[in-house]
Write a protein that binds this ligand. Structure first.
Ligand SMILES: [Zn+2]
Ligand SMILES: [Zn+2]
Length: 313
């Protein structure tokens, strides 16, 4: 059984056997924001509200989820001053999916399961569109024999992360108050309820398609689920939709690999590095060769699996 940095399989653990159950708190959270967000937004459409939605979504998804939560907290693919780390991760908490510790747990458990030779349909998004939506947005998988999850002390004992974990839903309140003071209730509907609804649905949608079909440059031999690239979603996901690349090189801060692959999260990281705020950036070119990784892109003119093609910038 394959283990990952934080998730350790043992003799009885299984990524297959388990039951998907309704997760009441998460479901009510998702459902009520969906109702308020969609009904409220239809009743209050205006250019100003659309701009508030776009700006708050870009900041929380791009700087928060992609850079702070995923590339930094979960994968440690670069380092930065502690204050900046807190700001980026806090912006990621505002996406409304979970607290920092919950996000690491959800991500790493799925990652561990997908690397086994077989895993539950829940982990691989194998079920049909609507059932997968219901499972991922309103349910949770209870594994009968889960693996051991070990969180590093740097996060587990950090008082700021523990506070964010306890209060992740309440973290929307300061944002709502600021938006209300600036532009009234409409702004709260668009900048909180609709933003969280679109972010959660979008995150599920990309996860659903990125594990089923699409362009593939790499194949991880023996893994229960493969990642695929969704080029059409590259800009709106800040580069996260290069998910095939991510399965191949999870530790890379850069999710794009070839020229023409748009990766706004990477552009922001490069800008932060240029002004000295980000350092120790890990990319595919600096990661050790990973056993079981096969290059499968039939259209690829770079037949050599050497990593020279990553070094164009
Ligand atoms: Zn994946
Ligand atoms: Zn990841």
């Amino acid at each position: 059984m394959i283990s990952t940095d934080r998730v350790e399989g043992h003799a009885r653990s299984s990524a297959v056997t388990g039951q998907v159950k309704w997760a009441p708190v998460r479901s009510i959270w998702t459902g009520s924001l969906f109702l308020v967000g969609t009904v409220g937004a239809v009743a209050t459409v205006s250019l100003e509200n659309v701009l508030i939605f776009l700006a708050t979504t870009a900041i929380t998804i791009g700087l928060g989820h992609s850079i702070g939560m995923h590339r930094l907290l979960i994968h440690r693919s670069f380092s930065c001053p502690r204050w900046l780390e807190y700001v980026l991760v806090w912006l990621g908490v505002l996406v409304g999916m979970a607290g920092p510790i919950g996000m690491i747990r959800i991500h790493d458990l799925r990652d561990w399961a997908q690397r086994q030779t077989d895993c539950h349909d829940f982990f691989a998004h194998r079920r049909g569109f609507w059932q997968d939506a219901a499972w991922q947005l309103h349910g949770k998988l209870d594994l009968r024999h889960p693996p051991r999850f070990r969180l590093e002390a740097r996060v587990a004992k950090d008082p700021v992360y523990r506070w964010m974990e306890r209060t992740w839903m309440l973290q929307q309140i300061p944002v709502a108050v600021i938006l209300w003071l600036l532009a009234g209730w409409d702004a709260v509907i668009w900048g909180v309820a609709l933003r969280v609804t679109v972010s959660l649905s979008g995150h599920w949608l990309i996860g659903h398609f990125a594990h089923r079909d699409g362009h593939q440059t790499w194949r991880v031999e023996g893994a229960a689920a493969q990642g695929f690239d969704l080029p059409w979603a590259a800009l709106i996901t800040f580069g996260e939709s290069w998910h095939g690349n991510h399965h191949a090189y999870p530790g890379s801060a850069r999710l794009s690999q070839r020229p023409g692959e748009l990766d706004p999260g990477w552009w922001v990281l490069q800008a932060l590095a240029r002004i000295g705020l980000v350092r120790d950036i890990v990319t595919a070119a600096t990661l050790p060769h990973r056993p079981g990784l096969l290059r499968v892109d039939p259209d690829d003119r770079h037949h050599c699996p050497c990593l020279g093609l990553f070094s164009q910038d």
